[in-house]
Structure formats: structure tokens, C-alpha cells
Design a protein around this ligand. Sequence first.
Ligand SMILES: [Zn+2]
Length: 384
Amino acid sequence: MKAIINGQLFTPQAVADNGVVLIDGETIAAVGPAHMIEIPSDAQVVDAGGRRIVPGLIDIHMHGLLGHSCMGQGVAEVAASLPRYGVTAFCPTTITAPMDRVFQALKEIAAVIDARPRGARILGIHIEGPHLSPKRPGMAPADIQHPLTWEEYQRMQEAAQGHIKMITFAPEEGDAAALIPRLLEQHVLPVLGHTDASFEQVSEWVKIGLSHVTHAFNAMRGFHHRRPGALGAVLLHDELVTQLIADGHHIHPGAMALLWKLKGPTRMVLISDAIPYAGMPSGEYDWEGYHLFLDGDTSRLEDGTLAGAIALLNQDVITLVERVRIPFPDALTAATTTPAQLIGHGDRLGRLAPGYAADIAILEEDGSAWQTWVNGEIVFAADA
Ligand SMILES: [Zn+2]
């Protein structure tokens, strides 16, 4: 048995001062205030020193960090590095590239997943491009975007050894909308994103099972009171759980507050959308043919277009608390319980509760990680 004691506990929703987490092997055995939990005398004890004990963060949309990219075998280093930011599970996310490059990346990522690297859990691959709207490609070039087809999905899934879990695409391109129910049958999450769809189109897709949206506000047709657009549908329909990049630069705090008011912590998933140079010093970097300018707050192309984010998920939680005045347990829910449920791991990940995996982050007040656990083992310690 192991025990983490003397921390402020967030399960995330239940809060206890002087909390304890008791761990039996890979699994949480008990959680609660110290006076309610008996710690076996032979347990290995970690004193959290009054810090926050929270479920490990889950980032379902991220492209890399610290010079390591999710577009290939770098995923192993990404998994090894994420715990230093309190992240214990993630979906490596690909980017728009020529399809040969995408297939090669998928093969490499699949090999890494099958080798079960140390560090954060890899929950499956998230594809983001080149099946985007040429009108809303974000940082990616418009001319290599093309509609997602069933044949191409199958080829990608074959290259990925079945590890693809989410696909962000523009359903309005070609016949791609017809794939929404077919992907769901395969237990792959169709994700609306980088889309120029109308309010009416998105409302129709909700009826055939669309339930998730990539980074609300960014790279989608905006809201107008006579043409509410994709964004209007995202805001209106409760069926749509949406991602949010909460770095404080992609979206104005007022817009984040509006989204939060409409969706709340169970329909919002915080994502980092971090690029492989997240966590690195300011400067110029090259990534898959893109030349990026990092200024300490943002990553941009030369023309000023935002090119992914450089904040990691632990910082985003704090940004939401500080800039939008969201209570910490709610911000945490959107970075733990909600993403776990969304991708089908809600019975094992995303909470501190008996029977759940012992994936735990011990965080400082400013969000930085002091210690991170995956499967009952310490995988990062700031003072190590
Ligand atoms: Zn992205």
C-alpha cells in the first residue's frame, strides 16, 4: 500500500482539507479526509505538504512539447515529458501534412503505443487534418485539404493499427457528413472542427450523432444574428461537448465566460493544443514545414496567424480560474472527468475514487506539478 497524505484534495468535485489517497497497486483504494481513512502501518507515505492533490490531467488535443512532436516516434518522449505538467493521459494529435507523411506518422505512433512507453497514458490517436475546410484551415495550407472518405479513414486506421480514437474534420466537405454514424459504430469519435458549416448543417449532424467539437470559436464559422453559423449551433445544442483552448490568447476571457455559462464543466473539455515547442524559450522554430515565431505567450506564423498554443494543460486550468473566475474544482473537472468520459474511460480515469486508476497530480497553487503518479507509480517529482 501507498498513501499520499496532508494535501488539499479535489476528486475533482468533492473537496477536503488534510486529504488522503490510499493506493493499492495500480488502483486507488480509498480517498477522503484524514480522520476517515486508516493508513496501514507498513504503507509507503508521501507527504503532499499541503499542496493540491488532483486527478491526473487528460489532454485529448495536443501536438507535442519540449521539442518532441506527436507526428511520429517522438510520441514516446511526449508521453515521458507530460507528467512534469501534471498530465497523466493524452491523445497524440496529428496535423495537416501530405497524406504520405500522415500514414508514416500513424505507423510510428502505433508502434510507440504498442510498446507502452513510460509516462502519461496514450489513450488513442487524434487526427486533425488534412480533412479540414479550405476556408478554415487555421495555420495549415488550404490547398492540400480534402474531404474525409471512408476509404481514407480505413487506410489511416490500418496504418495506425486501430489506434485512431478521434478525427477532427469538416463534415460539409464532399460526403464526409455521412461518416458521422459510421465512425461512431467503429467507436471512433467524429469531431466537428476547422469547419465553415452553417447553423442548419451542424444542427442536422447533431441528429445523426455528432457530439463533439474541436476548439470552440477557433477555426469555425462565427456567429451572426441572422446567420448563427457553426458557432451558433455549438453554443445552442446541449448534445455538443466542446473543447476550449484556455491559454488566454486564443479566446477573449469574455467569450470563454459565455461558453462556460452555456456549457459548464460537464460539456467542456480543456485542451492545450500545444505545439512541439511548448515549454521552450522564445524564438523561431520549424515544425513540419511551418516557420513559427514564439514570443513567450503565443506561437504564430509570420503573418500573425496563431499556430497552436504554448501553454500546457495545467496552466490552462489556472488561466480559466484566474481570468474567467471559474471555481478550481469546475476547471479541473473540464480537464479530467469530462475528457475521460468523452472518450470512454469514465469508469477508470479522471477521478480520485476507489477503483479508479491511481493517476494523480500533486500541484502547487500556481498549477505547476510537484509530483505526478501514473498507475500507482511516481513518474515525475519536481524535487527528484
Ligand atoms: Zn490542434
